[in-house]
Design a protein. Structure first.
Length: 115
């Protein structure tokens, strides 16, 4: 089993920055990929960014060049640095961890971009 605890969401003005953190515990040695999805009201959940254990990254086109995902394997923590935030980035952001067997999800953290 893997448990995920997210932090760092909140309210920010357009053009501002936030950093999300997600700490994994439990069977962390089984995790291959960690990342973030987001889901806004009335919309489907979409992949934002992902990072492998080896450090390879993938981003949604909508956040490329604005968001940066990173991972500290020693702390079992993944970070999402979000810069140049836009109102359309407003969403609940969910951390996930993928193992060979299944995907685990965090509880979600709200990010609101508004003036």
């Amino acid at each position: 089993q893997v448990q995920l605890v997210e932090s760092g969401g909140g309210l920010v003005q357009p053009g501002g920055s936030l950093r999300l953190s997600c700490e994994a515990s439990g069977s962390t040695s089984t995790i291959n990929v960690m990342g973030w999805y987001r889901q806004a009201p009335g919309k489907e959940r979409e992949l934002v960014a992902a990072i492998t254990k080896g450090g390879s990254t993938d981003y949604s086109d909508s956040v490329k060049a604005r968001f940066t995902i990173s991972r500290d394997n020693a702390k079992n923590t993944v970070y999402l640095q979000m810069d140049s935030l836009k109102p359309e980035d407003t969403s609940v952001y969910y951390c996930y961890a993928r193992t060979v067997y299944r995907i685990y999800w965090g509880q979600g953290t709200q990010v609101t971009v508004s003036s």
